[in-house]
Write a protein that binds this ligand. Structure first.
Ligand code: NCD
Length: 314
């Protein structure tokens, strides 16, 4: 009990820019708070623990799930939301710097969620804000709250993370969810298979961070590790990060998970995807019991409710 109180206090007013900002104990505490939030959501019990607080969402890049689930989470906690969902209609389009935008928004809110096309933008925002900042994706950098959702889904669906084999497929170079996920997985006793076209392999800095800590295999062949896989984590090729659109055109469709692939997976395996999906999972897979990506998106709400209340609650 004493430990629990200390952990809750530890997250208070803290910015979350990278998954490495959170200790193992803090991640576990977020999961147990998320369990409570989930119970409240499912019993329809009203929560009014953030009624005096305002969450600001600043999205300089497209988003559906992340922005709406942060906003829904704050509303479900009884708090309020102010939102800049389209940077074209904000003063950023007049040339305002991110630092100035943050200086203003921090005076209008109690917690700021930011998504930006530039790696490092969330860190910069946190340096100009006295209010906590949550990174909801900075270019090809990180997406720590997606990783919390990914890990939580594995725990809910498979009971355990330790001992599992995770095969990560797709755009390992530009996929920020992959970068945060790998960093988090390196704390567990897991086997990881990385599957990508050669020119979309992991950035060197991510590879060197995790290579000594994980049992890691690399391949371009999607079929190679399917029978050994407990969690198939599929990602979209990040079109918006390509400077050469011809290069993207060559890579789109590199992998498309079909029913045939699903049959090859280890018994009891699950398929995750941070979404949005383009064509990397065939829609007929949605009706199999392996498909957990919509459930994963749903878990975004209890996880973000837990995080917001632990950071900005009274
Ligand atoms: C991801 C992102 O924005 O990095 N989406 C999300 O937040 N669920 C993945 C993606 O866009 O491919």
């Amino acid at each position: 009990m004493i430990l629990l109180i200390i952990t809750v206090i530890m997250l208070k007013n803290r910015s979350i820019i990278s998954i490495s900002d959170l200790s193992d104990e803090e991640i576990n505490e977020i999961f147990s708070q998320a369990d409570k939030m989930l119970e409240n959501l499912e019993t329809g019990r009203k929560m009014n623990i953030m009624s005096s607080k305002i969450l600001a969402t600043l999205f300089f890049e497209p988003s559906t799930r992340t922005r709406l689930s942060f906003e829904s989470s704050m509303e479900r906690l009884g708090g309020s939301v102010i939102s800049m969902a389209d940077s074209k209609t904000s003063s950023a389009s007049k040339g305002e710097t991110l630092a100035d935008t943050i200086r203003i928004v921090e005076s209008y809110s109690d917690i700021i969620v930011i998504r930006h096309p530039l790696e490092g933008a969330a860190l910069l925002a946190s340096r100009f804000s006295s209010k906590p900042v949550i990174n909801a994706g900075d270019g090809s950098g990180e997406h720590p709250t997606q990783t919390l959702i990914d890990l939580y889904t594995i725990k809910k669906e498979l009971g355990e993370i330790n001992g599992k084999t995770i095969t990560i497929v797709g755009d390992l170079k530009y996929g920020r969810t992959v970068h945060s996920l790998l960093s988090a997985l390196s704390r567990y006793n897991v086997k990881v298979n990385l599957v990508s076209p050669e020119n979309l392999s992991l950035p060197r800095h991510v590879y060197s961070e995790v290579k000594g800590k994980l049992d890691l295999n690399t391949t371009t062949d999607i079929t190679k590790y399917l029978s050994d896989t407990d969690i198939l984590y599929v990602t979209r090729i990040q079109k918006e990060r390509f400077t050469d659109k011809n290069e993207y055109a060559k890579l789109i469709g590199s992998y498309r998970i079909s029913l045939n692939d699903v049959e090859k997976l280890k018994s009891g395996a699950i398929i995750l995807h941070p979404l949005p999906r383009v064509d990397e999972i065939s829609p007929e897979v949605d009706n199999t019991k392996t498909a957990k990506y919509f459930k994963q998106a749903y878990y975004g709400v209890p996880i973000r409710m837990a995080l917001i209340s632990m950071i900005a609650g009274d």
